[in-house]
Design a protein around this ligand. Structure first.
Ligand SMILES: Cc1ncc(COP(=O)(O)O)c(C=O)c1O
Length: 379
């Protein structure tokens, strides 16, 4: 099968309006002249993620009690989905419903009034569009982190450099920070991110701040600064609200960038049900506050169980916990045999990520399995 050549990229200049009537130059059939990724190479393959229960079943068979999936950072106690009128399923998604959703997101996230808010079918869809916002150049990614960022920039032909601090970003044209980070939960002060990248952004560079897990640490969000030139903030809806299957996420940024993303997403990118459910959830401040408290309580309970099993938590957020242990592989295997699926990292074999269980029953299942696991007293 002939694969589509990589897109050639239009330069991004912060004050040049997006050419909405002239989209053709965005999609060129000629490959990028210098840095064309190999067509059959790793850049064009899927990378592994949590939530891959089919893989779990292939390796371990189907557990009698069903899988308890702790391999993601998705809230196990989701927002209660309201009943939807028939027309929401039947009609095309409506502009006024999208407006209500974006207003609710603006208010819930505290977005700067001058910034644009773009709704998308998950932040992953937005991450894949980011390389089309800016002329190709070196990309520095605060690492290790969510693997899709490096993957999409590499696929677009950009040299990608994993860095551990903002002082190492050098001549990068694009800097990507996941804040708080997945999987270690490390946090960057929003002011430090803005200050450290001011020169790069002023020169037409791009700072991408992926706040997929920031709902549980709202104080670190850059949403209030999202009108700053060359800044794009990503907010995932599915994780905190526990509705990842709905596929909903947002980009917040200066209007010129928001308009470009909106145009690239095209019409009806977000389903009618997602527009309605998202608007209701983001406006439900009482649920949001209660969910933050409940997640903190449940994450604490999980930490105590892990500690009792001799596993110390090295980081995380209240949506997931990261264990570092010489026993990580053995614990993962032991739990999988008990039908509990956690997330391993092949490039960090001592790491094991745990999502936070939702119900007492699920906590008890984890506790029981940990009690007989590797390293546990009496195992
Ligand atoms: C840091 C981070 N960003 C973005 C995503 C994509 O989330 P979604 O497309 O569901 O909004 C994930 C998913 O795991 C993630 O961990």
């Amino acid at each position: 099968m002939a694969l589509r050549p990589p897109f050639r990229l239009l330069p991004y200049a912060p004050d040049v309006p997006f050419p909405t009537r002239d989209l053709d130059p965005w999609i060129m059939d000629a490959p990028h002249p210098e840095q064309e990724p190999e067509r059959d190479g790793p850049a064009f393959r899927m990378i592994p993620h949590g939530g891959n229960l089919a893989e779990a079943a292939r390796a371990y068979g189907a557990p009698a009690a069903g899988w308890l999936d702790l391999s993601t950072g998705i809230n196990a106690v989701p927002y209660p989905v309201p009943a939807l009128p028939d027309r929401v399923w039947r009609a095309l998604p409506q502009a006024d419903a999208e407006g209500r959703l974006c207003d609710a997101a603006r208010s819930a996230y505290g977005v700067a009034p001058q910034a644009g808010v773009v709704a998308a079918p998950g932040t992953q869809a937005l991450i894949q569009l980011l390389p089309l916002l800016i002329e190709a150049g070196p990309v520095a990614i605060l690492s290790p982190t969510y693997g899709e960022h490096a993957h999409v920039w590499r696929r677009s032909g950009c040299p990608v450099r994993p860095v551990t601090g903002l002082l190492e970003t050098g001549d990068a044209r694009v800097i990507v920070a996941v804040n708080p980070n997945n999987p270690d939960g490390s946090r960057r002060e929003p002011e430090a991110l803005l200050a450290a990248t001011a020169g790069m952004r002023a020169a037409g560079g791009l700072l991408v701040v992926d706040e997929a897990f920031a709902d549980v640490v709202p104080g670190i969000s850059l949403a209030g600064a999202a009108a700053e030139p060359g800044l794009v903030v990503l907010r995932s809806f599915g994780k905190f609200f526990g509705l990842a299957g709905l596929r909903l996420g947002f980009a917040l940024g200066p209007p010129v960038l928001a308009d470009r993303l909106q145009a690239m997403l095209g019409p009806w990118a977000v389903s009618g049900p997602a527009l309605h459910i998202g608007a209701a959830a983001l406006a439900d401040h009482a649920w949001i506050e209660a969910a933050r408290r409940d997640l903190a309580r449940r994450a604490g309970r999980l930490d105590r169980m892990l500690a009792a099993a001799g596993l110390s938590v090295a980081g995380g957020t209240t949506l997931f916990r990261l264990v570092e242990s010489d026993q990580a592989a053995a614990v993962h295997d032991h739990l999988a045999r008990a039908g509990i699926w956690t997330r391993r990292f092949h490039d960090h074999p001592r790491r094991l990520r745990f999502g936070v269980p939702g119900s007492d029953r699920d906590f008890e299942r984890v506790e029981q399995a940990l009690r007989t696991g590797p390293g546990a007293a009496g195992a």
